[in-house]
Design a protein around this ligand. Structure first.
Ligand code: FES
Ligand SMILES: [Fe+2]
Length: 425
């Protein structure tokens, strides 16, 4: 059970909050999908950890990422003219280029060039990988860029989307670590997904979610965070095991059969009461996109906007647009657009920052408890000058971080089956 102070420490990221300070220097932060930053378009407004930035793409493909406020007198650079490699502030026309240099400061005489060269602009390194655009906000030294299993796949093998979630980031992380909700909240979608899995892979495992609603969890600490292994005992004595990889602090890779496939949930803190929830699939074997059956199986009405995949139609007073008629027709949740709207609505409905002192955690919440402990330990480690994941080796090991969905036959040892999946892959 968490105390109020622990809940604050885990959730608050703005200003001088220790978690926000830790996040800046812990990890690269995904902030967009590439389609949100196009050459020649308006600068993208980015808010992370309670601070505001803008990002734009130069014609040569490079991405500039700078503080939102113009270095002259603070007019918003979100309003700036995009002139290719530079943004031009609409107020007095100062320009800043993708490398963060002030190029023109025409309001100054004499020698505006020398004056411009002395102005310091906060700009931040950006990388693109795994269908995401990442930024490093932690200053020097810049951390090594992670190596995750969904990087370096062939073109079209990662499919990534994003939505804004009006609640604290930890609610997003915890929902992805909670395999127990799948068979209930997503009950109306599981048969569609099962049908797809049978057709594509001959796998009926998805249906197991409906049979065993209270998975047993085993949690292993790993060099990247933890591996949360949900075990569902089937009536025939076999064990359906699903190892979700939690790459602390905010990435979850949820397994999908066969080995080499996964779903991605990344809950990036915008500020204390909002996060970006990136969602996607990756596959070593297949191309994946909106037109593939795996994705189509979780959308009913065909509408799916990659840059805003789970718009919530109404506020709390109107139950977020829940459709009771749809429920009367047999739909479980009454949110029929796509599976992710169900996640979004349940997370938002807990309030902007869930008061975790009021939780009554059950045995299926083991992974959530362990993630909270890991993050509290990370804060302590940081305060004492250690790596947040100490004593674990902080290197990312690409192969070992792959999530696994496997069936351990009756009388087999599930740990051996888990290890075998990795070896034979
Ligand atoms: S405030 Fe931007 S140029 Fe003056
Ligand atoms: Fe979900």
């Amino acid at each position: 059970m968490l105390t109020r102070e622990q809940n604050e420490a885990l959730t608050r990221v703005e200003g001088e909050a220790p978690m926000g300070r830790l996040m800046r220097k812990w990890a690269w932060i995904p902030f967009a999908i590439p389609s949100q930053i196009k050459v020649g378009e308006a600068p993208l407004k980015v808010r992370l950890l309670g601070e505001d930035f803008v990002a734009w793409r130069a014609p040569d493909g490079r991405i500039g990422f700078i503080d939102r406020d113009c270095p002259h007198r603070g007019a918003s650079m979100a309003l700036a003219r995009n002139e290719g490699c530079v943004l031009r502030c609409i107020f007095h026309g100062w320009t800043v280029d993708v490398s963060g240099k002030v190029v023109e400061a025409l309001t100054h005489q004499p020698d505006p060039e020398a004056f411009a060269a002395r102005v310091k602009v906060n700009h931040y390194p950006v990388r693109e990988a795994g269908g995401l655009v990442w930024v490093w906000l932690g200053g020097e030294p810049v951390a090594e860029f992670p190596k995750l299993p969904f990087f370096e796949l062939p073109e079209g093998h990662v499919w990534m989307t994003v939505t804004k979630a009006a609640c604290n980031w930890l609610q997003g992380v915890e929902a992805s670590l909670d395999s127990a909700h799948v068979g209930t909240l997503h009950k109306s979608w599981v048969p569609r997904q099962t049908e797809f899995d049978i057709r594509a892979y001959g796998s009926t495992r998805k249906a197991n979610f409906l049979q065993a609603l209270a998975p047993r969890y085993e949690v292993d600490r790993t060099p990247w965070g933890m591996s949360a292994i949900a075990l569902r005992e089937m009536p025939d004595g076999s064990n359906h095991l699903r190892a979700t990889q939690y790459v602390a602090p905010y990435i979850n890779m949820v397994p999908r059969a066969p080995y080499g496939n996964g779903s991605l949930f990344i809950a990036v803190p915008v500020d204390d009461e909002n996060h970006l929830l990136f969602f996607g699939f990756f596959s070593r074997q297949d191309q994946i996109g909106l037109d593939t059956p795996r994705v189509a199986a979780m959308v009913t009405n065909g509408r799916f906007v990659l840059e805003d995949y789970a718009p919530v139609k109404a506020g709390r007073e109107d139950n977020y647009g829940q459709d009771r008629e749809l429920m009367a027709q047999g739909h479980h949740s009454g949110f029929g657009e796509n599976l992710l709207v169900e996640d979004m609505v349940t997370q938002i409905s807990m309030g902007p920052i869930r008061d975790r002192t009021r939780d009554h955690l059950s045995s299926s919440d083991v992974a959530i408890v362990q993630a909270r402990l890991l993050l509290l330990q990370a804060l302590r480690n940081d305060a004492e000058g250690r790596h947040p994941l100490a004593p674990a080796d902080p290197r990312y090991l690409m192969e070992d971080a792959m999530p696994v969905d496997a069936l351990a036959p009756p009388d087999s040892e599930w740990r051996k089956v888990l290890a075998g999946q990795r070896q034979t892959a």
